[in-house]
Design a binder for this molecule. Structure first.
Ligand SMILES: [Mg+2]
Length: 278
């Protein structure tokens, strides 16, 4: 069985591992499951997560970590006609993922600097065929302007994810979706969004390990991203109550929006997986 496993709130919460989950994943892998990690985070390269997964004892390899940045890179690399030049609004981790699939990438920061010195926007941005937007903690007016101009001029608009906020130790901070929305409004063009709650991240993750998505199971802690992504992909979902969702949140969901199974902890997750395999 292919297990598509979320990270934050599922494998770890903040700096602490979620008790028993890494050990359970080791067991499931030994029994023949393929474990692949899927996260909407667009800021880090997979290598950062590989180190962290190894530190908590979870089974992992670079090709089985599919962030929204990696999935966006793979999605764009698979497009026909080919996309070769990309303008990126995002972190160095996103730029690295895009370059590693062979794309020629200009960062919006560099492009905005060139445009500010009088170079026409399209030229400053390297005549991109696509504009990729993820979380950029240094986003400013110049970056929004050049990205919007390129999208309005016909470049494909691809969002790593549309998360409106993400949790930090100081509370909620604006997510990639807040930046995507600004460019959407300014350009008048709606993006293709790769991350959950759509199905694309899951599809790309299954493709990247060469396992059919049919019959896979999503394991995650969010009723706003993980569970609707599974539904959109037509596969089962297990909601873990170890992260952002509390039991009472489920009361507000329509029957069609409920997870296939709810698990309070790793023990209940083990039983849920055994039930699905039986
Ligand atoms: Mg999560």
């Amino acid at each position: 069985m292919l297990l598509l496993v979320d990270l934050d709130g599922t494998v770890w919460r903040g700096d602490a591992p979620v008790p028993g989950v890494a050990e359970l994943l080791v067991e499931r892998e030994a029994q023949g499951d393929v474990i692949t990690y899927v996260t909407n985070n667009s800021t880090r390269h997979r290598a950062d997560y590989l180190a962290r997964l190894a530190a908590v004892g979870a089974p992992a390899s670079l090709e089985r970590i599919v962030t929204s940045a990696r999935a966006t890179a793979l999605h764009i690399a698979g497009l026909r006609p080919r996309v070769e030049r990309v303008l990126a609004v995002g972190s160095p981790g996103l730029v690295r993922e895009l370059r590693e699939v062979g794309l020629s990438v200009m960062s919006a920061g560099e492009a905005a600097e060139a445009a500010a010195s009088g170079v026409p926007a399209a030229v400053a941005a390297g005549n991109p065929q696509a504009v990729v937007v993820g979380l950029d903690r240094h986003v400013d007016y110049g970056r929004l302007a050049i990205a919007s101009t390129c999208v309005r001029s016909g470049a494909l608009f691809v969002a790593t994810n549309r998360d409106s906020v993400f949790p930090t130790e100081h509370g909620l901070a604006p997510g990639a979706g807040a930046i995507v929305a600004a460019i959407e409004v300014a350009s008048g063009v709606a993006p293709i969004a790769i991350g959950k709650p759509g199905p694309l991240l899951l599809r790309v993750a299954a493709d990247s390990v060469g396992v059919p998505l049919e019959g896979a199971v999503v394991i995650g802690d969010s009723i706003h991203t993980d569970i609707p992504a599974a539904r959109a992909a037509g596969i089962a979902s297990i909601l873990l109550l170890t992260g952002v969702t509390r039991p009472e949140h489920l009361d507000g969901l329509a029957p069609g929006e409920q997870p296939t199974i709810v698990a309070r902890d790793a023990e209940e997750l083990r039983a849920a997986l055994e039930g699905l395999t039986a």
